[in-house]
Design a protein around this ligand. Structure first.
Ligand code: BGC
Length: 916
């Protein structure tokens, strides 16, 4: 049997196709590809890394005796700025057939890496703005600008050419008329007051040596200057009002020796600037393009020397320094074609894309008389036959094109994006537009997809699909609450509750570690007292109370820990330790008992379905109880993190604190017999999941209460942000998985399947964002694309399909599927740090058949459902190494469908509300 083959190595948390690295000593990872015929039970005991430099020096080899294959240290001296290296690896190991007979794998494919400008002094470029900026638009927004420079590139054989570039605003860059790269809304959104991301782009094939070249950078206001926030929002949050760019073009020649400096051209006052033909482009309100102001060949404008261009001026650098981000770019990842074009009740032309998504329209041809305008208004839903725009609040979400009398081909907005399924087209020439006139371009941070789920129940599959779409829609540069209304902010609580599901579906480590770094930089601002921002980047108005909040601020502790579990990156814990500790020791507002100050208002179980539309925090579970349950959890987690980091004294201290908080919680909220003060689905689920009951008797009361609460709610959901991610987990932990299935499959409102039965294609913010009669929920906070309540996906992955991480990076993972409900099959795959995991089960006539694929150098701990006993004895586990494994067992999932609790004289409902 052959050793496994290896994938191309990856560096840090970069995608395989990301060439540039901001790290001088990038850690290296490789995965194992498991194929039929590969040795089973394969484990690595050594690896060899070969590093070659681009200068053709002899490759260096580094042999390391170690089983590590994830994020192993860079083996040689630090890379310098702009240095490239080629990296390949091989691995030595044994299989369970040939213990002690160590074999080397083949060498992997070679990965290329190139460092960016690692030192501040590598930059010779200056920030530039226009010396004559256009008047602001009537609403105060800035008209985009185009910056130009024509320059001669010395002749000679070019080895590589790069542009390092950023903007105050968002930019597109063109060299000799061609767009560089495919990023949208570059450089993305960060806490600009602290740091501004820049990009490194390969322009070797676009520049012409020995000739005149032109560079054109178009800059719009984006997040830097644009209006952000609800209740009217604020413009120019980061100060100043001048669109600006910084750029440095570097050309390397093959003749240059290893210390040779590149030929360089930078932004300075020799550049020129002119207003764009885009009149305005705003994130919430949309873009207006006036073709009458367009110049022929505008991307090459400065070459012909005819245009009236204003001189650029240099400006002093902004407060935030430049840094190189790890996240992959936002780009178009898919195009969706309309399913229908129809007239609304009042006769408006509406395009239906059949999918709620985030992105922009591409219109193939616009043919209008000179001066006529066509508008495209975006919305997520129709309401009573008309475009449902009320949930957008004051965001206009409208793009406008003004014609110059000539056909405009392939028009698409450049610096805005919308959350939409429907587009209303006003003033389209002639009859109804045709479906063929449009496509929707789907946009998001182009993360690597790695987790999939599928089962025999179509509605559950649709729910899962909706979770994936809501994730894609809300991972646009930063993780946001929603993508459509005048908000789109990085609410920390939303990400915190959704992070386990997100981490399974996509490799979010790079993007979220960048974002968490921003959370820390704001948390540590002196005046904040260690309290993290509720939204990051924090753009909430200064009069918005800066208050400590459980669940949201707990992101500082819980999210690095989830990312560590999914990636195995211990540096994440090291980097975030100070932030965790600051939040726990200083930020939390405590009462004399060490728990939360009971007078502190908490968002709590936000969006409990019983909370009135206008008060989403007024759920049935006491909000301080919710915060205190979380406090016990985060204190336990920081104690575990201390142990992982070898801080044993602190681990003991936080362990004692957690025990004291747990005891205080019991005194405050649990009766001696185990009755919880807030006897609600969320309250009891929190107490079960966070181990808050004192003893077995109390726990039995808790599980019996939860059982009763679920049956007496007729399987309707009664949870918000705090309870939704854990209610099904708590039912499983209580041995009541059939109740979890029954809740999952209930179709009437409120439930997960209610939106699915209403045709939802994304996860809604409220359980009833759309009421059964087709009216939009009257609450002013009603989005149709919020991922938080989709956190149930974590239970679909971990219990229905049955795979979840045990050791960091999934080195050891758990396989514990529990079939139930009307499902006869489920499967999942996860292409984790060690390689592809696959699980598939079929349940027929009381027998479960399970197939499992385990990647080399990792292990699975398998617990078959027949092992879930009613005794205290731990279930028997089977530990298996890499390979393909089959298991089967007899299994009785229990009562199906479970009966609701109801008065004896009422007839039990039929099964027609159970989703199939
Ligand atoms: C957002 C939520 C967020 C909440 C907290 C809302 O407006 O959309 O998802 O977490 O506010 O206040």
């Amino acid at each position: 049997m052959a050793p496994p083959s290896l994938t191309k190595p990856t560096l840090e948390h970069l995608r395989g196709d990301q060439l540039f690295s901001g790290s001088a000593e990038p850690r290296i990872s490789w995965k194992f590809a498991y194929d039929q015929g590969t040795a089973s039970g394969w484990e690595q005991n050594a690896y060899e890394i070969e590093v070659s430099s681009a200068t053709g020096n002899k490759p260096e080899l580094f042999l390391v005796e170690s089983s590590a294959s994830v994020l192993v240290p860079w083996p040689r001296g630090s890379l310098k700025s702009r240095e490239s290296a080629l990296v390949r690896v091989r691995s030595r190991g044994t299989s369970d057939k040939s213990r002690n007979d160590y074999l080397w794998t083949e060498w992997s494919e070679t990965a290329s890496i190139e460092t960016v400008l690692l030192e501040k002094q590598d930059w010779s470029a200056q920030w530039i703005a226009s010396s004559s900026k256009p008047e602001p638009n009537a609403n105060g927004s800035l008209q985009p600008l185009r910056f130009y420079k024509t320059f001669d590139v010395p002749s000679g054989p070019v080895s590589k050419a790069r542009i390092y570039i950023s903007a105050l605003g968002v930019f597109d860059v063109h060299i000799n008329g061609q767009q560089v790269g495919d990023e949208f809304m570059a450089p993305g959104w960060t806490c600009y007051q602290h740091r501004i991301p820049y990009r490194a782009l390969d322009i070797t094939s676009l520049l012409e040596a020995g000739k005149q070249n032109t560079v054109c950078v178009e800059v719009a206001e984006g997040w830097y200057y644009g209006r952000l926030g609800f209740n009217g929002g604020t413009r120019f949050i980061y100060g100043g009002d001048e669109l600006a760019v910084i750029g440095q073009i570097e050309v390397h020649y093959t003749s240059e020796d290893s210390n040779g400096s590149p030929w360089t051209m930078v932004t300075d006052d020799s550049w020129k600037a002119t207003p764009s033909a885009i009149q305005q482009s705003e994130i919430y309100d949309g873009e207006t393009y006036d073709a009458r102001n367009e110049k022929q060949n505008w991307k090459l404008l400065s070459l012909d020397g005819s245009a009236s261009l204003n001189p650029a001026k240099t400006m002093s650098p902004p407060k935030g320094g430049l840094f190189f981000a790890k996240a992959p770019p936002v780009r178009v990842t898919e195009t969706v074609t309309p399913i229908e074009v129809f007239r609304s009740k009042s006769g408006k032309a509406i395009i239906d894309f059949g999918q709620n998504l985030v992105g922009k329209l591409l219109v193939k041809n616009i043919s209008l008389p000179n001066g006529e305008r066509v508008t495209f208004k975006h919305a997520e839903v129709m309401e009573h036959g008309e475009l449902g725009t009320r949930p957008l609040r004051i965001a206009k979400a409208t793009d406008t094109v003004v014609s110059a009398g000539q056909d405009i081909k392939d028009w698409t907005p450049r610096f805005t994006f919308h959350g939409f399924r429907y587009v209303q087209v006003d003033n389209w020439p002639g009859e109804l537009p045709s479906k063929d006139d449009f496509v929707a371009q789907v946009l998001h941070t182009d993360l690597q997809r790695r987790g999939y789920f599928n089962c025999s129940n179509k509605s559950v599959n649709q729910l899962h699909k909706n979770v994936v779409w809501s994730m894609r829609s809300n991972f646009v540069s930063i993780p946001t609450d929603c993508p459509q209304r005048d908000e789109r902010l990085g609410w920390t609580g939303d990400l915190q509750v959704f992070c386990p599901s997100a981490s399974f579906l996509y490799d979010v480590t790079g993007m979220l570690s960048d974002w968490l770094q921003d959370v820390v930089s704001e948390q540590m601002e002196e005046e904040r007292g260690g309290i993290p921002p509720l939204v990051c980047p924090d753009i909430l108005p200064k009069n918005w109370p800066h208050m400590p909040q459980a669940i949201w601020d707990d992101v500082t502790v819980l999210t690095p820990e989830v990312l560590y579990k999914y990636s195995g990156d211990i540096q994440l814990l090291e980097n975030h330790f100070e932030s965790m500790q600051t939040w726990i020791d200083k930020g939390i507002d405590r009462g004399p008992d060490g728990l939360w100050n009971s007078d502190r208002w908490q968002l709590g179980d936000w969006l409990d379905p019983r909370a009135p539309p206008e008060f989403p925090g007024d759920g049935r579970t006491d909000s301080v109880l919710v915060a205190d349950a979380y406090l016990v959890r985060v204190t336990n987690v920081i104690s575990q993190v201390c142990s992982i980091l070898g801080k044993n004294d602190l681990a003991a201290k936080y362990g004692e604190d957690a025990a004291a908080h747990r005891a205080a919680f019991q005194d405050k909220y649990i009766s001696p017999k185990g009755n919880l003060m807030s006897n609600s689905q969320t309250g009891v689920a929190l107490a079960i999941q966070h181990g808050l009951y004192k003893n077995k008797e109390q726990l039995a009361t808790g599980t019996a209460s939860l059982n009763k609460l679920v049956r007496s709610s007729h399987f309707h959901i009664a949870t918000g942000f705090a309870g939704t991610p854990i209610i099904t987990h708590a039912l499983t932990a209580s041995g009541a998985t059939q109740l979890a299935y029954r809740m999952l499959l209930e179709k009437t409102c409120p439930s997960w399947m209610y939106p699915v039965s209403m045709g939802a294609t994304t996860i809604w913010e409220r359980w009833d964002s759309m009421l059964p009669d087709g009216t939009i929920n009257p609450g002013e906070m009603t989005s149709f694309n919020h991922y938080a309540l989709g956190a149930v996906a974590d239970w679909l992955h971990g219990t229905v399909a049955g795979i979840s991480p045990l050791e960091p990076g999934w080195k050891t993972f758990r396989v514990r599927p529990i079939p139930g409900g009307n499902l006869t099959n489920a499967e999942a795959s996860f292409d984790g740090p060690y390689g592809l995991i696959k699980v598939n089960w079929v349940f027929e006539e009381g027998k479960l058949s399970l197939k499992l694929q385990v990647p080399p150098n990792s292990k699975a701990v398998v617990i078959l459902p027949s092992e879930t006993k009613d005794t205290d004895a731990p279930p028997s586990e089977l530990i298996v190494g890499s390979g393909l494994h089959d298991f089967s067992c007899a299994f009785n999932p229990g009562e199906w469908p479970p009966l609701p609790s109801m008065p004896a004289h009422k007839k039990a409902p039929g099964t027609d509300t159970i989703a199939v």
